[in-house]
Design a protein around this ligand. Structure first.
Ligand code: SAM
Length: 284
């Protein structure tokens, strides 16, 4: 099978199958030959034993083929049924790949991994459809599946936010959620010309290595995440105002801020994860 980064090969496959790109499904396929091998090499950091890779959105299988060469098993979840016959053709040489037709936001991933990767450590690797980047990452991080690391290609702006340090201007609610479950890093940039069709913006590959323990103990995780979301929902306001708007009682909030040593004029983007945790504890 010729290379899936060769433009005329890709055009030929797509036209033989009468395939047209769906913007709504975030279909921008990789055609830069250096990106997929780099992602496949990076997705299992410091791990050389047997392992499985979960890929979300294999498209025509350009990354899947690289993953199949480094992993014991690859489970690729694709929503678009039009791509299934194409994947059957492009992945015919890789018996260790299982393609599952389904929505990665709805599938019972625990059952999928139990059936196809039981006993193996799991690494996630994907060029994510941009419209579900944050919710899908949160689903994977919160799921408490046996996932060791998540290496994904996302739009550059999302990469910056997902990997931002708390208490910096780049951070948002998702920054705290990511940091709570994982240690994030930006690995390398990918220009918009690396895709067909080319998106409007550049992308980056990021890697989230899941923590065994959260960075600080939090008594009520749900309250912590509600607080972070409410605070960043109106990030320009002081915490006292944004959290009051979100339904917390002003006097109780002022007391909680004082208890944890925060100024009543503090804003969400000034807080560390430990300070949010302390505030959640003081309010619980
Ligand atoms: N991996 C391929 C590549 O790099 O060329 C395709 C990546 S493309 C950015 C995203 C892929 O995710 C598409 O194949 C799209 O059909 C698929 N997709 C979109 N939404 C999905 C969902 N909810 N669940 C599973 N796959 C989805």
């Amino acid at each position: 099978m010729p290379s899936l980064t060769d433009l005329s090969t890709v055009r030929d496959i797509l036209s033989r199958h009468g395939f047209s790109f769906s913007k709504a499904l975030g279909q921008n396929f990789l055609i830069n030959p250096s990106v997929c091998p780099r992602m496949a090499a990076a997705c299992h950091p410091e791990y050389e034993g047997e392992f499985a890779v979960l890929e979300i959105g294999p498209g025509i299988g350009v990354l899947t083929k690289e993953l199949a060469q480094v992993a014991t098993r690859v489970i690729a979840v694709e929503l678009d049924t039009r791509l299934l016959p194409i994947l059957e053709e492009t992945l015919a040489e890789y018996p260790n790949v299982t393609v599952i037709n389904g929505d990665a936001m709805k599938l019972d991933l625990a059952a999928v991994l139990q059936e196809h990767a039981a006993g193996l450590p799991v690494f996630v690797c994907a060029n994510l459809p941009y419209y579900i980047t944050s919710p899908l990452l949160m689903r994977l991080l919160e799921s408490r599946l046996p996932i060791q690391a998540v290496t994904v290609l996302v739009q550059k702006e999302a990469a910056v936010r997902l990997c931002a340090k708390p208490a910096t201007r780049d951070c948002g609610a998702v920054t705290f959620a990511v940091r709570y479950f994982a240690e994030p890093e930006i690995l390398f940039s990918v220009s918009k010309g690396s895709f067909i069709p080319a998106p409007k913006v550049d992308s980056s590959v990021i890697r989230l290595r899941l923590r065994e323990q959260p960075p600080c103990p939090i008594a009520d995780e749900a309250l912590f995440f509600r607080l972070v979301h409410a605070a960043f929902g109106q990030r320009r306001k002081t915490l006292l105002n944004s959290l009051t708007t979100a339904g917390y009682e002003k006097a109780q909030l002022a007391q909680a801020l004082q208890t944890v040593g925060l100024s009543p004029t503090a804003r969400a983007e000034e807080l560390s994860i430990e300070q949010f945790a302390a505030l959640a504890d003081a309010l619980s």
